[in-house]
Design a protein around this ligand. Structure first.
Ligand code: RP5
Length: 180
């Protein structure tokens, strides 16, 4: 669809707990330009066999789309929302204002301030409306997906096993000594 990022990977790797065909994680981003960061979140979700949807939802440019997305998230069966945005990054906070689902914020690296603007505007929520804020850029996108997996794994033993395997493989991939 028009608001699906181009080159979004096929989301057909769902295995366990398929949520009646509905995606379990919503990945939203403020702009097409955020996709090169947020694809690291969707790629990690895919690797873990977690169903997701990816949408462009801008707090500034498409405020009604954001309100509709966040207000209907629970009834549509989502469990976690990952929201990435850059600059004056209101998207995760506004999303959290409209849903009780856990919202994980990914500060996208901006050109002018290198993502410090994104980080501060996402992390510094007033008490009462939390956004779980990750690192700037690719690391944050990957970790948002892993944190979403950890949340879902609390009630999904198969996913918990896949997450354990993912972590074990990561551990096994670390060399003892640097390669010459
Ligand atoms: C934010 O403004 C987006 O999240 C993006 O990171 C930033 C720049 O957007 P574009 O001007 O590239 O569309 O809304």
């Amino acid at each position: 669809t028009e608001n699906t990022p181009v080159m979004a990977p096929d989301n057909d790797t769902e295995t366990a707990a398929d949520n009646n065909g509905q995606p379990r994680v919503g990945v939203i981003m403020g702009s097409q330009s955020d996709w090169e960061t947020m694809l690291h979140a969707t790629g990690t979700l895919e690797a873990l066999g977690i169903s997701f949807e990816a949408r462009i939802v801008s707090a500034h440019r498409t405020p009604d789309r954001l309100a509709d997305y966040a207000k209907t998230a629970v009834e549509r069966g989502l469990s976690v929302i990952i929201a990435g945005a850059g600059g004056a990054a209101h998207l995760p906070g506004m999303c959290a204002a409209w849903t009780r689902l856990p919202v994980l914020g990914v500060p996208v690296e901006s050109k002018t301030l290198k993502g410090m603007d994104s980080l501060l505007s996402i992390v510094q929520m007033p008490g009462g409306v939390p956004v779980g804020t990750l690192a700037i850029g690719k690391a944050g996108a990957i970790n948002a997906a892993l944190l979403a997996a950890s949340i879902l794994a609390l009630a999904d033993i198969d996913l918990a096993a896949r997450l354990d395997t993912w972590r074990a493989l990561q551990t096994a991939s670390v060399r003892d000594e640097p390669e010459e």
